[in-house]
Ligand binder design. Structure first.
Ligand code: IPE
Ligand code: IPE
Ligand code: MG
Length: 244
């Protein structure tokens, strides 16, 4: 932990880490294998990183699994990914439950296949009472889509007379987002060397710290994760204010 000059106390590591897990396709390509092979390797990494969180002091982990833009990929890749998500839930549910992980999904479920949505609903229900750690999986998630859906629901409440238009403020809008029960991310990590956010947590990341690492997601180890978390503690977060 780094010393905080302003308060002369030790600044802790991030409570909420969000990860854009990128680079599965390139990882597979480097090995002359189909893209799905990379997604399978990536899913194994998810398990390692989730398991590392409690010891590293990360109480909330949010991972980007499928974006609203990923429907532009081939049918083969999309179907492969959807199958992978189903199998991930089926395979991991018991351990997640046993390890005290509370799982939530964010994103629009309407476009997802009913069988997958059932598994997602069940896993949320099964793990709802867990408090050791919070895992949020962004699936068919897009920041603009999330804010748009929130605005639509908010507009409906105004139309029905339950909210007055001049009562709407940032805090209220945030209560209509998929992330309503989550704190804002402190740190957003993106793997694979791309330095963009690709529509991830647009609203929530207003003051997040960013870390872009070159490692492809299937190669991202808990050790590298720990290093990135450590570098976060050296950062000076000002939130628009100036140091005393
Ligand atoms: C991230 O890896 C996983 C998903 C978007 C589902 P990619 O599939 O984007 O891998 P690259 O960027 O092509 O290497
Ligand atoms: C972002 O990665 C989405 C996920 C990691 C699920 P992409 O690979 O889809 O993003 P772009 O296309 O490079 O911006
Ligand atoms: Mg990518």
């Amino acid at each position: 932990m780094a010393r905080d000059d302003q308060t002369d106390t030790f600044r802790p590591g991030p409570e909420h880490v969000a990860i854009i897990m990128d680079g599965n396709g390139r990882w597979a390509q480097q090995r002359g294998r189909p893209r799905l092979y990379g997604h399978h390797a990536g899913a194994k990494r998810v398990r390692d990183i989730v398991e590392a969180c409690p010891d590293l002091g990360v109480r909330y982990l949010t991972i980007f699994a499928f974006s609203t833009e990923n429907w532009k990929r081939t049918q083969t890749e999309i179907a492969g990914l959807m199958g992978l998500f189903r199998r991930y839930i089926e395979r991991e549910a018991r351990d997640l439950c046993r390890n005290g992980v509370c799982v939530r999904f964010i994103g629009d479920r309407v476009k997802l296949e009913p069988k997958l949505v059932d598994l997602m609903d069940n896993l949320e229900l099964m793990t709802a009472g867990n408090t050791r750690m919070n895992l949020t999986i962004a699936l068919n998630y897009g920041g603009r889509d999330e804010v748009t859906r929130a605005a639509r629901r908010l507009a409906y409440e105004v139309q029905e007379g339950r909210i007055k238009h001049d009562e709407v403020d940032a805090e209220m809008l945030a209560r209509f987002l998929d992330t309503r029960v989550l704190p804002d991310p402190d740190l957003v990590i993106r793997t694979s060397g791309e330095a963009r956010i690709s529509n991830f947590l647009l609203w929530q990341s207003a003051y997040a710290e960013y870390e872009f690492v070159d490692t492809l997601w299937p190669d991202f180890t808990p050790a590298e994760f720990a290093t990135v978390l450590k570098s976060y503690t050296q950062r000076d977060r000002r939130f628009g204010a100036v140091k005393a």
